[in-house]
Each structure stands twice: as C-alpha cells, then as structure tokens.
Design a protein around this ligand. Sequence first.
Ligand code: F6P
Length: 335
Amino acid sequence: MDHQVKRIGVLTSGGDAPGMNAAIRAVVRSALARGIDCIGIRRGWNGLISSDFIRMDTSSVSHIINKGGTLLYTARSDEFRTVAGQDRALATCKLLGLDAIVAIGGDGTFRGALALSRRAAETGYSLQVAGIPATIDNDIGCSHYTIGFDTACNTAVECIDRLRDTMQSHERCSVVEVMGRHAGYLALYVGIAVGATAVLIPERELDFERDVVEKIRRARLAGTTHYMVVVAEGAGNTMDISRRIHEEIGIDPRVTVLGHIQRGGAPSSRDRETASRMGYEAVKAIAENQGNCVVSTQEGHLVILEMEEALKMSKNFQMDRYQILEALTNNCGAI
Ligand code: F6P
C-alpha cells in the first residue's frame, strides 16, 4: 500500500546555480498545497549530518524567485560520502520524521541522495529521494537542461560584450576563461552567442595550430583587427594559451577569467520557469510514491526518470554546434 507522505526535506548541494531559489520556492509551496510539511536542510548534506534545518512555510520563500544563490546555503560534503556520515544524516531524517528529500544540485548530489535512500532501506526506514538538476555547467548526463545554465550564459555574454568594446578600440586579442571543469557547454553556447574567433572545450583535443593560430590568421586576413578566444576552464590554461598566441602570432593578448561571476545574479526567465516546474513535479512524484527519481528535461519536456537509471545515463556532447561555430568563424572570419 502507498505510504502517505507527510513531511519532506529540501536541500541544495554542490556549486550554486541561479534558479535554485526558485526551485526551493516551488518545492515548499507545492508541498504545502498538498498538505505536506516542509523542512529546509541548510548547507547541503552537511546540514542533515549536523541537524541544521529550518521549518519552511509559504512566507519563508517569498521574494526569492528573482534572487541568485540559495537561501538554504550549499556545500560539498566529504563526510556524507562515508557510511558513518550517511548514518548520522539518516538519524536526522528519523528525528524529523522525513518521508522524502528533494535534493537540488548536480549528479554528485543525486548519488548522495540514492546512497542515503538505500542506507535507509537497509535499516527498514522508507525515504524517497527526488533530484532536481541544477548546475551552470549543464553537465548532468540524464538531463538535457540544468537550472542555471541559461543565466550563466547570459552573464558571460554580457561580460564578453564589454570586453569586446575595449578589444575593438585597442585592436587586441582577448582570451576569456568561462567555467566548465569537465564540460564545454557554457564555452560553446557563449562562443556562438558572441561570435568568438575560437572556442576551446574539453570534449575536443586541442590542436593549437588548427584551433587557435589558424583561426586568428583567417580572421586577420578577412580584415578583423580584434579577436575573441573563449576557453572552457577544463580545456587548458588561459595564461599558457595567451603566451603561445604571443609567441606564434606576435600579438599580445589580454586574459580575463570570468570565474564565479558566472554563478551569481538574478536567474533568467527560463531558469525561473524551469525551476518552478521541476520543483512542482518533484513534489508530485513524491506524493504519488514514485520512489527515487530525477526530474529531467528531455527534448524540452519534463520527464520523471528512475534515479538509478538516470545516474547511468550520459548525453552526447553537441558537436554539431561546434561545427556551426567553425563554419561561421572560418567562412566570414570576422567577429
Ligand atoms: O558548479 C560548477 C562549477 O562552477 C564548475 O564550473 C567549476 O569548475 C566549479 O564549480 C568551481 O567550484 P568551486 O565553487 O568549489 O570553486
């Protein structure tokens, strides 16, 4: 027989992403609308380990839909990776009488959630977990879109447009690092949006002559006097790239690392709307006892995936977009 869900916890874990607050708001209000109590767990899994929580009511999530960051704070928890840490977290779940947890974050967050749910089952305690994908890197295998990506792209584009003004005036080359330790989505989308001369991503092995030197030379031949090289964090060291450009082409680039600027700021309309729908669907899945799941986007639609299966999924990197970028760069040569 289905278990009646009476109380759920919500937390954010891993790197923050614009739109996390909108997701928290949606979880809290969707739960309350169904007569389910909601507890906010603070500082990610650490909060569950150390019993750091707050009771959420409808007004505790007022005026946050437009705010970056996360009201509940976030952390990466090493202790939660251990069985001892999970047992301490489980003790808090039992103490609070939690029937379920909605975890907002990346796939590391979801792995933690699944481990906790399994540990709970081993001790005869039923704990459902639902994951909501949120990271500016868009690098979660089971979801085509992750909350925060759109806002981070817009922030990076705005910054690079400013850089372009000064690069254009001084007829310079700019080497800009965007986030993405393991994934080039941000670099690629931003590179297309700013009309970059070259984009370097971790998914493609770097051939410096082909990917940088040749592109700048072609742009120069086409009459361009300033160049924008966008580098994903995981694709190479921007200082080295700048030095090599200087050595091989004889121009003197300026390096800018956008860094954590990309993680902050008011979430875009897309991120608020996606987060709101995902939060609603996560609570609905829990209330309907759909068990451990991830609310994922597939081809623009929200889909509820079984969590264990979701964690095995990978998505193909969109190399076709890299081809579009190359075609636009090589053919006209200008930015
Ligand atoms: O959230 C993902 C991410 O922003 C990566 O792109 C980046 O490499 C990493 O987090 C930075 O992590 P931290 O905030 O712990 O320095």
